[in-house]
Write a protein that binds this ligand. Structure first.
Ligand code: AMP
Ligand code: ZN
Length: 169
């Protein structure tokens, strides 16, 4: 459920043309524009035109349209700034670091000169043993009708010295 009145939402104001933005692409349902604080040249945000605060608020049947634009912008950004790679980021909720409360995907051009820094540069790997992984996969499977055809393969526990985490269900 959305906490922000769309009338007060920054990105809704960009959709309405009330706040300027460097628009890159637009169709009936989605808009892509440059991030005002780019992580790299060409850093683009892709948003639904309708106000949804997070992915949890968006109906599943509207997600495909939005992701098509994410894919399109990945191609456009890669060739547009001659990037070597593209990172795609999307945060839902304060715990995930979401600041602007209107669903958005970050499409971020990446360059070989930066070195291969992925999400692991931000979040340390957590040490988890196999029983914990099995408990998690079971719990996740309960939440979806799309069960894998084969049983999930056990995942190797992380190496010694990696951060431990205590998940509560
Ligand atoms: P997040 O932390 O995922 O919520 O990121 C929000 C992003 O929105 C940040 O990268 C900001 O730089 C970007 N942002 C904030 N205001 C604007 C704006 N007026 N135009 C374009 N991007 C913005
Ligand atoms: Zn909004």
């Amino acid at each position: 459920m959305s906490m922000v009145d769309p009338k007060d939402c920054l990105f809704c104001k960009i959709v309405a043309g009330e706040i300027p933005a460097k628009k890159v692409y637009e169709d009936a349902n989605s808009l892509a524009f440059l991030d005002i604080n780019p992580r790299n040249p060409g850093h683009t945000l892709v948003i639904p035109k309708k106000h949804y605060e997070t992915l949890f608020d968006m109906p599943e049947n509207e997600a495909g349209d939005l992701f098509k634009v994410v894919k399109k912008m990945a191609d456009v950004c890669k060739s547009g700034v001659k990037a070597d790679g593209i990172s795609i980021g999307q945060s839902n909720g304060r715990a995930a670091g979401q600041i602007v409360q209107h669903l958005h995907f970050h499409v971020i051009p990446r360059f070989a000169t930066e070195g291969p820094v992925g999400l692991e540069g931000v979040l340390p790997v957590k040490k988890m043993d196999e029983p914990s992984m099995n408990k998690i996969v079971e719990s996740l499977q309960k939440g979806t009708s799309a069960k894998p055809k084969e049983p999930a393969k056990p995942v190797k526990a992380a190496k010694e010295g990696e951060e431990e985490i205590d998940f509560k269900f």
